[in-house]
Design a protein around this ligand. Structure first.
Ligand code: HEM
Length: 428
């Protein structure tokens, strides 16, 4: 019988404020060092008394994802997002309330719904690909953000009021475009009286007003035949409170566009540097072979994870990775460390889309979308959308690097290319 160790695993001894700053600004640089120094399970001590245990081995990650949702609270683990997503966001809720919320949203992301989005995705991706500047270094992250925002707006609202959407787009961009310093203001509301937090608050309030106006108008309309998310939710329950709908809309708009845009930006960044993979991807685009295009996106998400880790807060003392961790500990399966582990992926620093052809990685090793009952509801959507955008760009352009290889930087809770993933497009 094995004996459980009841102390926390070792980890950096730096002051909490320093560990927090390093984690917020450059988790992708420090986590690998701490993994090398302290082993596959280690403890970070962050601000606000947060004790974070990082797990990296597939068996430990699988156990966390399969753990009882009433013990492994992801909603509490995501609490930093509450001021923006809202208290009733599926990301913030736990247990029964979370399951109910997920069930309401899922029909818009199942297989049938995804098939229904294919033409719309192709049309918007083609329009975006046609308008990309050529012959000059282009930070492609920005146009990728624009196209994925357009697609998710269409999914969430359908063909909505044009003027309102025109006003909403820049507000959503501003809400997303925040660095580690602004994120601090999400945790400390008293800061929101001062710039830059005041400005952030203003953009969020303006976005809320627009969302609430759209919700109020939609409530009075005949929704027959409409299959956008807002209409679906209102048709399923016309009495859904506006505050709930606001949190649903905000969650989908934010969770559902920048993530995919970043995965696409990294895909182009890597294809630009790998002529063989690009030739194969171009051939796949020409012949309508989505499997290879999705493999490109999957490999870009592996090599350059958009979200570095996911979090679960323990509601009671629980065994994790052979340790008995106290209630309140935040357990984080590390996406970044798992993807970079040579035991999981041979030659982990290399871009090899072929890894994903005709084979699925072992469970608990490739986890860009998290896992268990909290696995991203937009995973299939994001892969389909990525293939659609890659196809439309690659059938029109060849891609070359537009500058040196880029490192990642923190933007809100994601990691994005530090200089926007600069590439040069040349018409074919
Ligand atoms: C490449 C693109 C994307 C990545 C890398 C990504 C990643 C993630 C991750 C890591 C989680 C947390 C999972 C966990 O805690 O185990 C998550 C949750 C979620 N994602 Fe995504 N996501 C992407 C695209 C999308 C899209 C397109 C949508 C919607 C249209 C979406 C909606 C959500 C929602 C609603 C949740 C919360 C699920 C829950 O708590 O039950 N995501 N995503």
């Amino acid at each position: 019988m094995s004996t459980l160790l009841s102390d926390l695993p070792e980890g950096p001894r730096l002051p909490r404020a320093v560990q927090t700053a390093l984690f917020m600004r450059a988790r992708h640089r420090f986590a690998p060092r701490w993994r090398a120094k302290y082993g596959p399970v280690f403890t970070m001590r962050l601000a606000l008394g947060r004790t974070v245990v990082v797990v990296t081995r597939p068996e430990d990650i699988r156990a966390v994802f399969a753990g009882p949702p009433e013990v492994f609270h992801a909603g509490e683990g995501n609490s930093i997002l509450a001021p923006v997503m809202g208290r009733d966001s599926v990301l913030i809720l736990d247990e029964d309330a979370h399951l109910r919320s997920r069930k309401r949203l899922m029909p818009a992301f199942n297989g049938a719904a995804l098939r229904g989005y294919a033409d719309m995705m192709r049309e918007l991706a083609a329009k975006a690909a046609d308008s990309l500047p050529t012959g000059t270094p282009l930070p492609i992250h920005a146009p990728m953000n624009a196209v994925t925002l357009e697609i998710i707006l269409r999914v969430v609202f359908g063909m909505a009021d044009g003027e309102r959407l025109t006003a909403l787009r820049p507000r959503i961009n501003k809400v997303v475009d925040v660095g580690p310093v602004q994120i601090f203001g999400w945790t400390y509301p008293q800061l929101q009286r001062f710039p830059p937090w005041k400005t952030m608050r203003r953009h969020l309030a303006a976005a809320d007003d627009l969302l609430n106006a759209e919700i109020a108008e939609r409530r009075g309309q005949d929704l027959t035949g409409r299959d956008d998310v807002l209409s679906r939710l209102l048709a399923a329950d016309p009495d859904t409170p506006a505050s709930q709908l606001r949190d649903d809309m905000m969650t989908l708009l934010l969770a559902g566009h920048e993530t995919t845009a970043t995965a696409l930006a990294w895909s182009f960044h890597e294809l630009a540097r790998d002529p063989d993979a690009q030739a194969r991807a171009r051939q796949a685009a020409d012949s309508g072979d989505d499997e290879y295009l999705q493999a490109v996106a999957k490999e870009a998400m592996r090599l350059r994870p958009v979200i570095y880790s996911v979090a679960r807060r323990l509601t009671e003392p629980t065994e994790v990775a052979g340790r008995l961790l106290p209630a309140g500990t935040i357990v984080t399966p590390s996406i970044g460390l798992s993807h970079a582990d040579p035991d999981n992926f041979a030659g982990p620093a290399e871009f090899r889309p072929e890894r994903f052809l005709g084979a699925s990685p072992e469970a608990g090793t490739w986890i860009p979308f998290g896992g268990g009952v909290r696995r991203c509801i937009g995973a299939g959507f994001a892969l389909q959308e990525s293939a659609a955008v890659l196809r439309e760009v690659l059938t029109r352009h060849t891609i070359a690097p537009g500058g040196p290889r880029e490192d990642a930087r923190s933007r809100n809770i994601t990691l994005v290319p530090e200089r926007g993933a600069r590439v040069v497009l040349t018409p074919r």
